[in-house]
Every structure is written in C-alpha cells, then in structure tokens.
Design a protein around this ligand. Structure first.
Ligand code: SER
Ligand code: ZN
Length: 510
C-alpha cells in the first residue's frame, strides 16, 4: 500500500525568522515518531517541506504500508510540544490538501465503482491496484477511520459483484419423514374466504379474526409448554421502536437493510397551537396536508419499527456487567411485531410486512449455548414430527446477522457451531416437494460474540460469552400447518388438537 499526502501546517505566528529552527524541529518530531516503528524499511518514509507563506509550511509525505495521514497528525502533537516550548509558537491547524492511496486488489472490479468522498479513482488492470485521491480531508474524517473504511468499501463492492447471482449458501442438515399430503390449497386464500383473516388497513399486514387467532394461540401454547417453560426461559416485553444510532448502526442493520426498515417520525412539537394550521387544513379539506405534515414531524434522531427483535434486547444490556449467578440468560419476547418493507415480495401470510414472532434470546458461555442448541434441536424435532406432524427440513444458511448487516458470507468465515440454521417446510400449493421453494418458518442461530461486542456486554468473571437467538415465526407456522393439513379440523393431528381450544365461530357477513 502506498500513500502520498500533500498537506499544510499552519502556525499561529509568523515563522519566517525561525525558518531553520522550525524545519529542524519538524525533522526531530518526524524522527521521534518513526523511531517507534519496527519495520521502518517497509514504511519507506519520505518527506519534503517548504515554506508556503509566513505562517505555514507545505509538505509532501510518501509512505508505504503505514498511513501517511496518521503519521501527519502525530507529527502535529510532537512538533507542537517542541516549538511551543522553544519558540513559543503554536500550531493552528493541519490541512490535508490531497491524499492519494494506492492499494492492491485481490479481484478486479467488473463494473465502474462509485464511492462517496473520493475525487478520483483509478484501477490499474495490469498490476491489479486501485488508486484513490481525496482532496481537502478534514481531521475528523481521518481520526474516525473513514479513509480506511473507504478502502474497505471499495474492496467489498468488488467482492460483492463476484457473488451477485450466486446461489445462496444452503446446506441441508436433516429431512423429516415424508408426509402424505392430500391438499394443495393456498392457506391465505382459504382463510380470507372463510373470514379467518382480512387485510389490515396498510399493505402487507393482516387482521386475524377469532378462528385464526385461536390457531396462533394454540401454536404459542405449544411453544411455551413444550419448549420454553421446560428449558427455563422467562418472558420479557420490549419496545416497538428502535433507535438508529444506538441499535442499528451497531448491529449493521442500517447499512444492510435500510430499504426494508419502517421508519418512524416523531412530532416536531407537542404544542397544540403549533399544530393549529395543520388541524385547520384537515377540518376544512378532510384531506391530509402532506406538505404541512412534513414541517411538523422530524426524522432525527432516526427511529424505526422493530426489524428483528433481538438487537433491542441486547441494547438493554449495553455496557452492563452481568453477575455470574445470572448466567445463562434465557429470555423470550412475543409482544413486539417485526416489520419489513417487502414491496414486490409480499405473499399471503407467508411474506408480510408485519409479522408475529416469538424471539428467544440466550446469553452464556459457549458450552452453555451449544448445549442449548442441542436441546432446541431435539424439542423442535419433537414438535414438528409428533405434534404438528409436518414435513420439514433443517439447513445451515448464511447467518442472519451477516445477511441483515449486508455482509458477504463466505463459508470459511463461520466456524463450527456458529451461524444460522433455517427450518423449512414444504408448501404443497407451491408445487412438488422436489421443485418448489420451501418456506423458512423459523431459524436458530448462535451469534458468537458479535452482539456481545457491539453492545459491550461484560461479565463479572471476564469469561468469554456468546449469544444466540431463535425466532419462531407464527404466521409461517400457521401457513405451513394449514398448507399441509388443510381446514378440516378432524384431519388435524391429535396432539395438536389437544392444545387447541374450541374453534370460535366465524363472523358471518351478510
Ligand atoms: N433475529 C433473528 C432474525 O431476525 C431471529 O429472530 O432472523
Ligand atoms: Zn434474533
């Protein structure tokens, strides 16, 4: 990696009479900094300076394998000490006029790359390098590590172009016994016909009338009685609204899924007087005055509706040191719905913009989590084979937290037990079991220390802790159950019926 920096050191006084001295201190400061580096040959540091005007020096620094911009800012500190003490001169600012970085690429881009903040980008196909140029870089930009992230983003974009269109990672781990299925109905269509469900007032969301709700409740009961209570999990209730800065920047959702988030706006003021004009407009026109509304609401700081339930749960532990006696932490949450803007992908109750899910979160030592995983695998198998009697399978897939953060998944980046297992079921109305796309109706993930680190969770004994979650998608459980068993209650599995309360009668419309 090669760096070239052209910058200016601006002093708070005329330095012309101390020219020699200032250059001497500058050299001294440079030497002191360079002394600290072991691999000086590899850095190949070269610099030249000249007086640019009475109060400033212009310089060019060339380095290899060590950021010229980082060294430049270090010089400031050391130089300021020397000239402050000896000459009573201060440094008012350091300005980077141009930063040029030349770095090797593993792969060549397949299309033109556009990246914010850079003024020039040049790809050299012969020696597989990329050269970028940024003009007028400010200090904050450098100290926040933005330059390094620009390079990372370029490589990521190139990498991504090679992965696009490749089949998703999907390795089958288990297949249930086959079931003889006699129906091929799309459960959503049937449920709408029977007045079990009705579209809600906004797209991709449903109202579940009593019969459908009764099935949701039955499934919840099964999950509670067969799975969560025996394994010692306790229920919590979380908030429906999530902070962009505090949660989604940390988990990566805002860079991975900004196109799927339901954003929430707060009123700019609660003062009735200030809303008066808006109210008048509605009272008179009975229409929504959108232009006026835009003035009355605010998007900052960014908030949105729950996308995945677990991040906000981790946030609640942020910075806390968990006592030893509280491990493993075993929680579940079923109050908040998850919202995803699905647009063209919507279908029935299987692919919705709002869904009901029981999210189970566990935090503990790696061994605890692997043990929990085993227990869940066993219990899920029992529920699906013996109670719901469905045809299903398990597959190892791209970990949800990588997928939701828009990270590229390469198999070798995940070791052993880490990652996501999807549970998928056959929906006969979509076609044959061999050719149709099966429905992912829940997942199970061990996330390692990804969220533990993101939210800085500590523990009393400084042990390694991991976390994991398993999301049980109730709409999808219902869809699978009805798609495989149909609507004739007598045909439903006996153990399921033991959990089922008497079906409420359907509301009749005249
Ligand atoms: N957090 C996981 C997901 O969003 C499981 O619920 O898929
Ligand atoms: Zn989760």
């Amino acid at each position: 990696m090669k760096y070239k920096l052209i910058g200016k050191i601006v002093f708070n006084k005329d330095i012309s009479q101390y020219k020699e001295k200032v250059f001497e201190f500058l050299k001294k400061a440079e030497n002191e900094i360079l002394k600290g580096f072991k691999n000086l040959d590899e850095i190949n540091y070269k610099s030249k300076y000249e007086i640019s005007d009475d109060k400033s020096i212009k310089g060019e620094i060339n380095t290899e394998n060590k950021s010229a911009h980082i060294i430049f800012y270090r010089i400031r500190k050391t130089l300021a000490e020397h000239i402050g003490k000896e000459l009573h001169i201060g440094i008012s600012s350091l300005e980077i006029e141009l930063l040029n970085i030349n770095f090797p690429l593993e792969k060549l881009p397949q299309e033109e790359i556009s990246i914010p903040f850079i003024d020039k980008i040049n790809i050299n196909n012969n020696n597989k390098t990329c050269s970028i140029e940024i003009n007028k870089v400010d200090k904050n930009f450098i100290t926040k590590g933005n330059v390094e992230r620009i390079i990372k983003r370029i490589k990521e974009k190139i990498d991504r172009s090679y992965y696009e269109g490749k089949a998703e990672y999907h390795k089958i781990l288990y297949e249930s016994p086959r079931k003889e299925i006699k129906i091929k109905d799309d459960p959503t269509i049937e449920m709408v016909k029977k007045n079990w469900i009705a579209p809600a007032s906004t797209k991709g969301k449903w109202i579940y009338w009593p019969p459908a709700t009764n099935i949701f409740n039955t499934l919840e009961k099964i999950v509670l009685e067969e799975l969560l209570k025996p394994l010692g999990f306790n229920e919590i209730k979380n908030s429906n609204i999530v902070s962009g800065e505090d949660v989604w920047i940390k988990t990566g959702h805002l860079e991975g899924m900004p196109m799927e988030i339901y954003y929430v706006a707060e009123p700019r003021t609660r003062n009735t007087k200030e809303w008066e004009y808006f109210i008048d407009l509605i009272k008179i026109t009975q229409e929504i005055p959108y232009d006026e509304l835009k003035n009355m609401i605010q998007l900052e700081p960014l908030k949105g509706l729950v996308y995945a339930q677990c991040p906000s749960i981790y946030w609640a532990f942020k910075g806390k040191t968990i006592s030893d006696e509280s491990f493993p932490i075993l929680l579940f949450e079923k109050t908040t719905n998850s919202f995803r803007y699905e647009s063209g992908g919507r279908h029935g109750i299987e692919r919705v913009d709002e869904f009901h899910r029981i999210e189970v979160v566990f935090i503990g030592e790696p061994n605890n989590l692997i043990d929990i995983q085993k227990k869940f695998m066993d219990k899920y198998k029992k529920i699906f084979n013996d109670i719901l009697e469905i045809e299903w399978r398990m597959a190892s897939v791209t970990p949800f937290y990588m997928q939701q953060a828009g990270d590229l998944f390469k198999e070798e980046t995940i070791e052993g037990q880490l990652g996501t297992i999807d549970y998928e079921a056959w929906l006969p109305y979509r076609g044959s079991r061999e050719e149709s796309e099966w429905l992912e109706f829940q997942n199970f993930s061990i996330v390692g220390d990804k969220y533990i680190k993101a939210f800085n969770l500590k523990n009393q004994k400084k042990k390694i802790i991991w976390s994991g979650c398993t999301g049980i998608g109730l709409e999808r459980w219902v869809a699978v159950f009805l798609a495989q068993h149909g609507f004739n209650i007598e045909d439903w599995p006996e153990k399921f019926r033991n959990y089922l309360d008497k079906m409420p009668s359907e509301i009749k419309f005249f």
